[in-house]
Design a protein around this ligand. Structure first.
Ligand code: SF4
Length: 464
């Protein structure tokens, strides 16, 4: 299949769809979570999950520390150039794992373990070993578990990678952003290609089966041609199995440190989108498949194969081929999805530590999904992961007449069908190759909680 005709894009098309919208790592999305959902509600959900001991389980562990703040950063981090705060954090993680293990009873085997941050390799190799042992002594990974972590090449050593490979990590994701020295200087993250290349080579030699690279477009000084050169070098010199090419979200009202980027030239609108299209053009020319949103994968990668076989899933960590009926979060800001409810941990490190030290599951907000949420969530997941929805499946699973139930959403999709983004058929809908670039827009009519008010611009990033 010709994956994409870049000539099909135009500034007019982009202008019609460039608006604030959710990324749908969950449905309902995080702004809907409420403080009415607390520890007691979460305990009930964990008890429900404990009654299904044979179903797949995944765990996300948030390590919130970084030595230094990159100016584009949109993550929840604690900047600490000097080591020390991570010791109390590790003690608190052990306590939180105890609380979760107790609540989940026999439901322990992990199908997926992911460390994100912040920078997980802010921890020393010994501390990584301690954290891994704390997790796996309570939640052992299954034989075919995906064990992954994000690393910042600037602080990750050869010893780190050796220790992590020895522990059983099999996937690694490296932040790279852009190779242009001017861009790196502007975002205050100097990361020579030689360093990244050496780590990718070492990870492969150590047996990591998948290497992912994260790029960002829309940063200061970036141009389409400059970014094309970055992508060419990434493909030629790193050959990553997967690539996430994220859009920079400039939200200085939430992340005041991003004000340091103001006054620097930064592409927006069509110019910014053109940078992404240029990257897509390079990846597709190099044989990568476009998975959706901002993800590309080599044709032999499990994600590419799953694209054709309908085996892609999506959770708070993004796209995955590992299905998990429940996901628990550990650490500040982590989010769990357990027994039909979302549970978001306390965001503040100190408040999170105090809560777990006092023996509480540190839940700050959450949401119990209604049957209608489950139905709409399934449609949205299906659009994102299988690039279409078959009404028969929805009818069988939820007992509704989808065409009548979603009449309003289908009417709202007609202009998108007119623009060639989606095909509306009697038996369902199908996302076109062009529509893969507008998945969020295709999902939004099915989102019953969508905030369409002018305030939406401060809640969501832009859709394209
Ligand atoms: S390394 Fe990542 S998490 Fe840490 S400051 Fe930079 S962008 Fe943020």
């Amino acid at each position: 299949m010709a994956e994409l005709d870049l000539a099909a894009f135009s500034p007019e098309l982009l202008a019609r769809y460039d608006r604030p919208g959710p990324r749908y790592t969950s449905y309902p999305t995080a702004p809907q979570f409420s403080e009415d959902f607390g520890e007691e509600a979460y305990r009930k959900r964990l008890a429900g999950a404990a009654r299904r001991p044979d179903e797949p389980l995944s765990m996300y562990v948030h390590v919130p520390f970084c030595e230094h703040r990159c100016t584009y950063c949109g993550c929840n981090v604690v900047i600490s150039p000097h080591r020390g705060p991570e010791v109390r954090y590790l003690d608190a993680v052990e306590r939180e794992l105890d609380l979760l293990a107790e609540a989940l009873g026999p439901r322990r085997t992990l199908d997926q373990l992911h460390w994100g941050g912040g920078t997980p390799t802010y921890l020393s190799p010994e501390q990584c070993t301690r954290l891994f042992a704390a997790i796996t002594s309570r939640f052992p990974p299954g034989e075919r578990a995906e064990v992954a972590l994000e690393i910042d090449p600037c602080v990750t050593t050869a010893e780190h990678l050796e220790v992590l490979a020895g522990l059983g990590f099999n996937r690694v994701s490296l932040g790279l952003q852009d190779l242009d020295p001017r861009v790196q200087e502007a975002v205050e993250r100097i990361q020579p290609m030689e360093l990244t290349r050496a780590q990718v080579e070492r990870a492969r030699a150590l047996g990591f089966s998948s290497v992912n690279v994260d790029l960002i477009y829309g940063l200061p000084h970036q141009t389409a041609e400059g970014f094309r050169e970055t992508v060419r070098r990434v493909v030629a010199e790193l050959a990553p199995d997967r690539v996430a090419c994220f859009s920079y979200a400039h939200v200085p009202w939430v992340k005041p440190h991003q004000r340091r980027l103001e006054g620097l030239p930064r592409a927006e609108g069509w110019e910014k989108f053109r940078i992404f299209l240029t990257a897509a053009d390079e990846f597709l020319a190099a044989g990568y498949r476009f998975i959706g949103f901002d993800h590309f994968a080599r044709p032999d990668d499990a994600l590419s194969r799953a694209l054709d076989e309908g085996g892609i899933h999506r959770n708070f960590m993004g796209y995955t081929v590992m299905p998990a009926t429940d996901q628990v979060g550990v650490g500040p800001t982590s989010i769990g999805d357990v027994d039909g409810a979302f549970a978001a941990n306390e965001r503040n490190l100190v408040r999170w530590e105090r809560a777990v030290e006092a023996g509480h599951l540190p839940v700050e907000r959450g949401l119990v999904r209604t049957p209608e949420d489950e139905l709409r969530g399934e449609v949205i997941r299906s659009i994102i992961c299988t690039l279409g929805v078959r009404w028969e499946r929805i009818r069988e699973r939820f007992g509704v007449d989808p065409v009548a139930h979603f009449a309003e959403a289908l009417a709202a999709l007609e202009p998108l069908a007119g623009d060639g983004l989606v095909e509306l058929r009697p038996d369902g809908l199908a996302v076109t190759p062009l529509g893969r670039f507008f998945l969020r827009n295709i999902c939004m009519p099915f989102d019953a909680h969508l905030d369409d008010s002018p305030a939406a611009g401060t809640r969501y990033s832009r859709t394209v």
